[in-house]
Design a protein. Structure first.
Length: 259
């Protein structure tokens, strides 16, 4: 019997044909299944018949699914944005009062100074609601406040005005050098010194611990120094003395004693 070797090894060895003699098997030798039979031998025959199949991993440089990746990113971002919007929509927004413009210490608040904004916060914040303007109107600022400041009642106080018996108010037109500070404002306490030259025996404290009730800068004219209008509240007797002193050419000096 002759068997033809069709494998690559046989073809490379000679002319592609190998003859083998087959005789009867010796006695006692177990018979072998034919090469084309079942079992693992059959599979090996199939692999040989196919010329030697090779199994390789998939090519990593193949086509990537870019559209699916971009869609996934947009879905995640959209879900995050939706969660933020839902949380913001569920938060109560309260109309509160703020300042429309900057104001200085001592400024008396009017409706023109107010602006309404909507505040949404999980943290406790002090404020005055829109509709409660009466808590602030007519009050004097205790400090300089900038535009957009959320207003509270603790930032303002009642302005010092004439009240009670035995008190009087008198005003002066003063140069900047006669003021104790450029930041003089309503509510400050001052001693008022009146006298010629302010250093001689005629200079005296006419009013002590007088309350400043008005401070306003006078519009300057060409060639004039900076001038201010200041009004103070004092005991009636002191106010009378201040009024008489201011009628003459006696200079007036204010000394800040307490804020």
């Amino acid at each position: 019997m002759k068997v033809r070797d069709t494998s690559g090894a046989g073809a490379g060895a000679g002319n592609g044909t190998t003859a083998m003699a087959a005789g009867p098997a010796p006695a006692g030798t177990p018979s072998r299944p034919p090469a084309g039979g079942g079992g693992l031998g059959g599979l090996g025959g199939l692999a040989g018949a196919a010329g030697g199949l090779r199994v390789e991993p998939p090519d990593a440089s193949g086509r990537r699914r870019v559209p699916e990746l971009v869609l996934g990113i947009f879905l995640v971002a959209g879900c995050a944005l939706g969660a933020v919007l839902i949380a913001a929509a569920g938060r109560e927004r309260t109309p509160v009062l703020t300042l429309a413009d900057d104001i200085d210490r001592g400024h008396v608040l009017t409706e023109d100074d107010l602006k309404v904004v909507y505040l949404g916060s999980d943290s406790p914040v002090a404020y005055v609601r829109d509709g409660d303007e009466e808590e602030l109107l007519g009050k004097a600022a205790l400090t300089d406040l900038g535009a957009g400041t959320i207003l509270t009642t603790r930032q303002f106080a009642e302005p010092q005005t004439l009240s009670g018996e035995g008190e009087g108010v008198v005003g002066f037109e003063l140069e900047i050098g006669q003021l104790p500070t450029r930041n003089l404002t309503t509510g400050d306490l001052v001693n008022v010194i009146v006298g010629e030259g302010l250093t001689g025996e005629s200079a005296e404290v006419v009013a002590d611990a007088a309350v400043v009730v008005e401070v306003e800068k006078i519009e300057e004219s060409a060639g004039q120094s900076e001038r201010w209008w200041v009004a103070v509240k004092a005991r009636e007797s002191d106010a009378d003395a201040l009024g008489r002193a201011s009628l003459g050419n006696n200079p007036v000096k204010l000394v800040l004693v307490r804020r």
